[in-house]
Design a protein around this ligand. Structure first.
Ligand SMILES: Cc1cc2nc3c(=O)[nH]c(=O)nc-3n(C[C@H](O)[C@H](O)[C@H](O)COP(=O)(O)OP(=O)(O)OC[C@H]3O[C@@H](n4cnc5c(N)ncnc54)[C@H](O)[C@@H]3O)c2cc1C
Length: 399
């Protein structure tokens, strides 16, 4: 896609570049380069979050009246492209990308007034309590029990795969408040404090060696009923609305950058004087990948256009989720294929260009295998690809 900019948008692009030149420190860039998955470690995440917050650019996709930037579609495109070219860290999605938009759409005025500024400033860090040990794809079967006691709900049960629960001070959670009727009808959407008595967070460590997810146990945890979002027993609608934002997040710009990096890697010469790009099979894979990324870009534009008019991403977000997960995995596979032995962790020499190693930067060598392993989870996290295809068939294609 060839996109040319107006003079105003060119000026905006220059402003973004100047800001990134000055704000993106080597340490932050390295933290992003070495991050094997989607979620940056909490400490660096917070540093980058505060920089963007102080600049007023922390929530480009939020409506301006709630603290968004008020950028038009093209400015948002420029922002995602320039940040990805510069290699910035990404911000944690649970507050800015999920809880915030959900509260804007469904929260009470008091909830918006209290929580939204805290999400923007980084004072609150959220985690998502949806999945349970026996409820993932079939989320409506969830069982974590919440019983009324005075003005509170009392929670017992457990949530699993809870990303960054070990950092979060808040959780948005789905609980079972009624066992009668259709499973969807007895679910309530709640906001809770992670330091409430009775909550225990236990780590689950990935094959990639990283600790991102947890199991969270609830033993008579009291949550005030004023923390219900929407109506009691009507949380399913709110839950589905939030999922559209979780699944509709962008990625095309980062994929473009990843492909560019991969192409330079393949154009390097190895110890035997050969270039991978001269292998027609590998070159074809890169070209085909480029075409697929354009398709992702197009879908992303559709979603960004809907959101810039104040809408939600819609069920098309499931297309984005599936294509994005597949593409991230495929790029990581091609990177491992290109690097061979040097994709393994703990190959410090892989960081140096010119030592018979066709590596252009640490991000392509040292983190390649951990990233490959970590990204296997992306076709399950946020709803598995199979289930997203069912949603697309039903709600987008009307089959
Ligand atoms: C890295 C990671 C981070 C996560 N973070 C969070 C988090 O922060 N908070 C949270 O609440 N959850 C989180 N999850 C959980 C995630 O949402 C679930 O893993 C996901 O919804 C799948 O549920 P499951 O694991 O129970 O698999 P299951 O539902 O048991 O599915 C097993 C397999 O069966 C297939 N399948 C199931 N039903 C169907 C169907 N109807 N048609 C076709 N195929 C089907 C699935 O596609 C899958 O391949 C995370 C998961 C991962 C991997």
């Amino acid at each position: 896609m060839d996109i040319s900019f107006s003079a105003e948008h060119e000026a905006f692009r220059e402003e973004v570049r100047e800001f990134l030149d000055q704000a993106l420190t080597t340490e932050l860039k390295q933290a992003a380069d070495f991050c094997p998955g989607i979620f940056l470690d909490y400490e660096h995440n917070m540093v980058w979050h505060k920089i963007l917050y102080n600049k007023g650019w922390i929530a480009p996709s939020w409506p301006k009246e709630y603290g968004g930037t008020g950028w038009d579609l093209m400015q948002r495109y420029i922002w995602t492209t320039e940040t990805s070219l510069a290699g910035t860290p990404s911000t944690a999605p649970m507050g800015l990308g999920m809880c915030g938009p959900m509260l804007i759409g469904h929260g009470s005025q008091a909830q918006k007034d209290y929580y939204l500024p805290r999400i923007l400033s980084g004072e609150d860090y959220w985690c998502q309590g949806y999945s349970e040990p026996t409820s993932g794809s079939d989320l409506a079967s969830l069982k974590l029990k919440a019983e009324t006691d005075g003005d509170d709900l009392v929670l017992n049960g457990s949530k699993i795969w809870t990303t960054h629960a070990h950092y979060a001070n808040r959780m948005f959670i789905l609980v079972r408040t009624d066992d009668n009727g259709r499973p969807q009808e007895g679910i309530t959407f709640l906001l809770l404090d992670m330091d409430s008595p009775g909550i225990t967070v236990e780590p689950i460590v990935f094959a990639s060696g990283t600790h991102e997810v947890n199991q969270v146990f609830f033993d008579n945890v009291r949550v005030p009923k004023r923390n219900i979002v929407g109506e009691e027993n009507q949380g399913w609608t709110v839950a589905k609305y939030l999922l559209e934002f979780e699944r509709g997040g962008g990625g095309a710009a980062r994929f473009h950058t990843g492909l560019k990096r991969l192409r330079s890697l393949a154009e390097g010469t190895n110890a035997s004087g050969q270039r991978l790009i001269d292998d027609p099979g590998f070159a074809r894979k890169l070209d085909e990948t480029g075409v697929q990324i354009e398709a992702i870009q197009f879908t992303e534009f559709r979603i960004m256009a809907a959101m810039s008019k104040g809408g939600s991403p819609g069920p098309e977000s499931s297309i984005m989720k599936t294509l994005g997960a597949d593409m991230g995995q495929y790029l990581s596979e091609l990177t491992v294929e290109a690097l061979g032995f040097y994709a393994s962790p703990h190959q410090p020499e892989a960081r140096t260009v010119g030592q018979n190693v066709p590596v252009i930067g640490p991000e392509d060598g040292v983190a390649a295998f951990p990233r490959y392993f970590n990204l296997r989870a992306s076709s399950i996290a946020g709803g598995s690809n199979e289930v997203q295809r069912n949603i697309v068939a039903k709600l987008v294609l009307g089959l």
